[in-house]
Design a protein around this ligand. Structure first.
Ligand code: PLP
Length: 373
């Protein structure tokens, strides 16, 4: 019987056991490598093309995603590789209108200037199914950030493939321990490893995974040409953090669930989104499609001033962007001006603090925020 993913993360990508050798060898720092004679078929010649520290981490990610993985300097670098290797003039890109804003910015900026037509749709199954006709690439974010809508990936993949479109899934919010898009037939699984995968708020990193050798070769060539490469030390930190991914996610999810229940019954809150809440519109789909519900939730307080009072009254909720780290963080998403959300809309990422402490702290924040009406 195959080991559970939470067991596999502990040793994923480690070299074969050898006496007197470390479990995870340290990072390799190299620009050129010593390389004599004929270069054909040689892997390590120049640091923009390959690095043994990347190779080990990529092996681990590939094991978890069920394909070949390639790491990049950030999630956006990985997404760019997928977008720029699959799209050209006259192609249609279907992407979420309400997902991570970096993709919209590329779609409406450089991709549109190249002649790619962006077709931005809300993160709903019917909207994606209606939009696939004539598309070259369908990019889905599920669960979506920041509203946490969960989509029916196999249905969207099937509809897209029928019309000859490729499908890429941004799996950042739930990680390969929550969903493996390649197993649902997607052509690419892309993630920002800056979030849960690294999990300590100290590394920016990304990766893309694929099964098709030609799509894969396109990504490899793009990374070598464009040079959006991760540093060896960052990659090593990421690999080291992978072993604790399952235990971190388990505590973070327990905390997110407890907070979601607290928020759902609070008179300070207008609307709570968490796929693990039985009352959430995405709950049935999440139960069907995800192996876990995740650590990110969203809720709406009365207004901006209520959010300010919330942060002033909490000790364990740091005001910061991003998500997936060991510290509980939250932010008023509207402050960036990139998401169409109410003024009081807050995205919160549950950390690994002891649940009772966190619930008490957020409870103090809600009391200070005051009732919605
Ligand atoms: N995709 C999603 C869903 C994200 O939330 C983010 C960052 O917040 C990204 C991609 C971009 O990742 P990075 O910041 O590592 O470039």
């Amino acid at each position: 019987m195959a080991d559970a993913p939470g067991t596999r993360v502990v040793r994923a990508g480690l070299p074969a056991e050898e006496d007197e050798r470390p479990f995870l060898p340290g990072p390799t720092f190299a620009a050129p490598y010593r390389l004599s004679g004929d270069v054909e078929g040689r892997r390590y010649g120049y640091g923009r093309f390959a690095n043994p520290t990347w190779t080990a981490y990529e092996k681990a990610l590939g094991e978890l995603e069920g394909g070949d993985a390639l790491c990049f300097s950030s999630g956006m670098a990985a997404l760019s590789a997928v977008l720029f290797t699959t799209l050209g003039a006259g192609d249609v890109l279907v992407a979420p209108a309400d997902g991570y804003p970096g993709v919209r910015s590329l779609a409406e900026g450089p991709l549109a200037r190249l002649g790619v037509e962006p077709r931005l749709v809300p993160s709903r199954d019917d909207a994606f199914l209606d939009a696939v006709a004539g598309a070259r690439l369908v990019l889905v974010e599920s669960p979506s950030n920041p509203r946490l809508d969960v989509l029916d990936l196999p249905a969207i993949v099937e509809a897209a493939h029928v019309v000859g479109a490729l499908v890429a899934v941004d799996n950042t919010v739930i990680t390969p321990l929550g969903q493996r898009p390649l197993e649902s037939g997607a052509d690419f699984s892309v993630s920002s490893a800056t979030k849960h995968l690294t999990g300590h708020s100290d590394v920016v990193l990304g990766y893309a995974a694929a099964r098709d050798p030609d799509l894969w070769a396109g990504l490899v060539k793009w990374r070598g040409d464009a040079g959006a490469i991760p540093g060896p030390f960052e990659t090593w930190l990421a690999h080291r953090s992978l072993a604790t991914l399952d235990v971190r996610l388990a505590r973070q999810e327990q905390n997110a669930h407890a907070l979601a229940e607290l928020l759902a019954f609070s008179d300070a809150v207008r609307d709570v989104r968490y796929p693990g809440l039985a009352s959430d519109p995405s709950h049935p789909r999440a139960r069907e499609r995800l192996d876990r519900f995740g650590s990110v939730l969203a809720f709406t307080l009365r207004d901006r001033a209520a959010v300010d009072r919330f942060f002033a009254a909490t000790r364990l909720v740091d005001e910061a962007t991003s998500f997936g780290g060991v510290h509980t963080t939250a932010e008023r998403r509207g402050r960036w001006g990139t998401d169409d959300v109410p003024e009081g809309f807050v995205r919160l990422s549950a950390g690994i603090e002891v649940t009772e402490d966190l619930v008490a702290d957020v409870g103090r924040g809600l009391e200070a925020a005051g009732p919605v009406a």
